[in-house]
Ligand binder design. Structure first.
Ligand SMILES: CC(C)(COP(=O)(O)OP(=O)(O)OC[C@H]1O[C@@H](n2cnc3c(N)ncnc32)[C@H](O)[C@@H]1OP(=O)(O)O)[C@@H](O)C(=O)NCCC(=O)NCCS
Length: 177
C-alpha cells in the first residue's frame, strides 16, 4: 500500500507533515499534558523534541510502513492535530491526536472514518484497528462513531507513561472487510 500524501474530507485536509510543522505542533498540542495523558509519549519540553519526532515521521514515510498526516482545517489551514497509520501484513493500526480547542466537534471522527476507509480500499488490507485506554471515553466514542466495533479488552496491553509505569487495559476496536 502506498497511501496518498494528501487527501480531503468534507472539512479537513490530511497531509504529509514537513519539518516546518514543528512550531505548530509544539504550540498547538505537543507540550500539553491534557492532550498527552493517554498517549505513549510524554509532553514535549522543547521544540527540539518536536523536530526529532517529525524527522522520525519523515523517515517512517520513506520506510513505507508507518505514515502520519497533519490534520488541518480546509477553511483556515490551521494545524489541529495528527493521525497515523501503521501497516501490518494484512491490517493497519490507527493512532491520533488533536489539540484541545478542536475537541468535541467531530473532527477526529471525520479523520478516522476517512483514513480507515482509505486503508480498507487497498487490496492487501482487511482490518483497520486501534486501541484506546479503558478510561479514554472520548477516544472510544470516536472509534464507535467511525464505524469500528469493540472486540474486547486487551488486558495490561500498553504503558502510558503519563499515567503509570505499569501496562494498562485497553479496548480494541476494529473495522474489517
Ligand atoms: C480523543 C480525541 C482524539 C477525540 O477527538 P474529537 O475530535 O474531540 O472527537 P469527536 O468530536 O469526533 O468525538 C468525541 C466524542 O466523544 C465524546 N466524549 C468526549 N469526552 C468524553 C468522555 N470523557 N467520555 C465519554 N465520551 C466523551 C463526545 O461527546 C463525542 O461524542 P458525541 O459526538 O456522541 O457527543 C481528542 O480528544 C484527543 O486528541 N485527545 C488526546 C489524545 C488522545 O487521547 N488520542 C487517542 C489515543 S488512543
Amino acid at each position: 500500500m502506498k497511501p496518498p500524501e494528501r487527501f480531503l474530507t468534507s472539512r479537513l485536509v490530511l497531509r504529509k507533515p514537513s519539518i516546518e510543522d514543528a512550531s505548530g505542533i509544539f504550540r498547538e498540542y505537543a507540550q500539553d499534558p491534557a492532550v498527552t495523558k493517554y498517549l505513549v509519549w510524554r509532553p514535549h519540553r522543547s521544540i527540539e523534541e518536536t523536530n526529532t519526532f517529525l524527522e522520525q515521521c519523515l523517515r517512517n514515510w520513506e520506510g513505507g510502513h508507518d505514515f502520519a498526516w497533519v490534520i488541518e482545517s480546509k477553511e483556515k489551514a490551521a494545524l489541529m492535530g495528527m493521525i497515523g497509520l501503521r501497516l501490518e501484513q494484512t491490517g493497519a493500526n490507527l493512532g491520533y491526536v488533536l489539540a484541545v480547542p478542536f475537541w468535541n466537534q467531530g473532527i477526529m471522527t471525520e479523520a478516522v472514518a476517512a483514513l480507515a476507509d482509505c486503508a480498507l480500499d487497498q487490496e492487501s488490507i482487511f482490518r483497520v484497528w486501534a486501541v484506546t485506554d479503558v478510561e479514554n471515553g472520548g477516544s472510544a466514542r470516536v472509534l464507535q462513531k467511525a464505524g469500528m466495533k469493540c472486540e474486547g479488552i486487551l488486558r495490561r496491553w500498553i504503558v502510558l507513561p503519563n499515567i503509570s509505569s505499569e501496562p494498562r487495559d485497553c479496548y480494541c476496536y476494529a473495522k474489517t472487510r
